[in-house]
Write a protein that binds this ligand. Structure first.
Ligand code: 13P
Length: 255
């Protein structure tokens, strides 16, 4: 069975005190995960260490702390950057790569992202690799080719073993932070297409095993319908993950 994941992306929000309170609330949720279900919480970099300590103290299983980024180079004179090796040494298990906000504001290209994927995998981090089209591409009806190209350019150099460590997140840019969610039909259509692209390169058996999350205005009110889609294996959640009750409902919507 494919992994079903509820992933929180806190982005650049919350003070330490607020972050600690939210994490305490999330760790206190009375939730018994099925074997294929996971929760991943991507916190701002300064909160990784305290978050990992809280997680450990809680004894909770199936909950993981993620970084929102990692640098492409292994180490060296890159002031302000965080390496995959540092994250691994902290006990971080997952890293979001290729988020549209990083592509837009920090000019991350498909090529740089391919390198970040390699470096993260080399230090045993699970990349949550984001793809997704802007509104203009959706309106032109060329979203499939656009998104296929993103994953081909940044993932298709991987061998099959490495590829299977990656989680893909489809996040249409027009649905991020806009309150305008892709319909479950739009999400399902793109996820099935992405799976067919993966199958074309790596075979249907591999493609069937890959988790593909949907992101873009996921909230308690729409998570059930989205997660019920055959090819939607959970969500990557921004705004609604900052409210414990909302994110709890999203976790409970995992199938
Ligand atoms: P929102 O859930 O706020 O739309 O953000 C989605 C996102 O970018 C998650 O990575």
């Amino acid at each position: 069975m494919r992994k079903q994941i509820a992933a929180a992306n806190w982005k650049m929000n919350l003070t330490l005190g607020q972050a600690e309170k939210l994490l305490d609330n999330l760790l206190a949720i009375d939730w018994t995960p099925k074997t294929h279900q996971e929760v991943v919480i991507a916190v701002p970099a300064p909160y990784l260490f305290p978050a990992l300590a809280k997680l450990k103290a809680s004894g909770r299983e199936h909950i993981y702390i993620a970084s929102q980024n990692a640098y492409s180079e292994v180490s060296g004179a890159y002031t302000g950057e965080t390496s995959a090796e540092m994250l691994q040494s902290l006990g971080v298990t997952h890293v979001i790569l290729g988020h549209s906000e990083r592509r837009e504001h920090f000019h991350e290209t498909d090529e740089v992202l391919a390198k970040k994927v390699d470096t993260s995998l080399a230090y045993h981090l699970i990349p949550i690799f984001c793809c997704g089209e802007p509104l203009s591409i959706r309106e032109a009806g060329t979203q499939n080719a656009f998104v296929a190209r993103q994953i081909e350019k940044s993932l298709f150099h991987l061998d099959v073993t490495s590829l299977q460590k990656v989680v893909i997140a489809y996040e249409p840019i027009w649905a991020i932070g806009t309150g305008k969610t892709a319909s479950s039909a739009q999400a399902q259509e793109m996820h099935a297409f992405l799976r067919s692209v993966l199958a074309g390169k790596y075979g249907a058996t591999v493609a069937e095993k890959m988790s593909i999350l949907y992101g873009g205005s996921v909230k308690a009110a729409n998570a059930n319908e989205l997660f019920a889609c055959a090819d939607v294996d959970g969500g990557l959640v921004g705004g609604a993950s900052l409210v414990a009750g909302e994110f709890e409902a999203i976790i409970r919507a995992l199938q």
